[in-house]
Ligand binder design. Sequence first.
Ligand code: DC
Length: 219
Amino acid sequence: MKKVIAIDGPAGAGKSTLAKRAAEKLGYVYIDTGAMYRSVAWKVLQEYRDSKFTDADIAAIADNLTVTLSYENGSQRIAVDGTDVSEVIRTPEVTAIVSQVAAISSVRRKMVVLQQKMASNGGVIMDGRDIASKVLPNADVKIFLTASIEERANRRYKEMKEKGFEVDLAKLRDEIAARDKADSEREESPLVRVPEAILLDTTNMNLDEAEAAIIRLAE
Ligand code: DC
């Protein structure tokens, strides 16, 4: 039977890379829910550029946009009102405001409905912050994926460098720590490890080892 697998954890723990690889092996669909909050953040930046915006402005934008997920050769693509934003949602500018966007309850309500619909037929691995606690509380497998802050910052640093972004490691570490704090301390669906979630600390694991651990848990 095709299962529903929920993976939660802090920024840079390797959730997307691992969930994507495990989904390919299992023949499941990978759903990256962070991309959905990022796509709203991207739209906010399109509309406000250099001007200030409030939570109410963000909520109004989210209310009026359509987020669509599709799959191309097994990779998730994400579009906002028909425009593919799969790459542009990964810029440091979007990352800088996404925690603010993800803390707004009306934004979350809209995204959670979509996420639950997408998981309704099973055979999915979904990653995020509130998947086991809120989106898919009946998931068959719940994993809390983490790694030390130093290791997570190092991984993000390499990833950003490879994409051609100029980044400072110490600054990146501070930004990740600030995002973890915002995501864990917000009122609405904070990042938590539910008691039944299996803890997978990948600080000293390579990708193959971590992937094998997820597949074992899924099976
Ligand atoms: O996983 P990520 O870095 O792409 O996520 C972007 C932001 O979205 C992150 O700061 C937390 C938020 N998020 C969330 O609140 N709930 C989710 N299910 C997924 C992401």
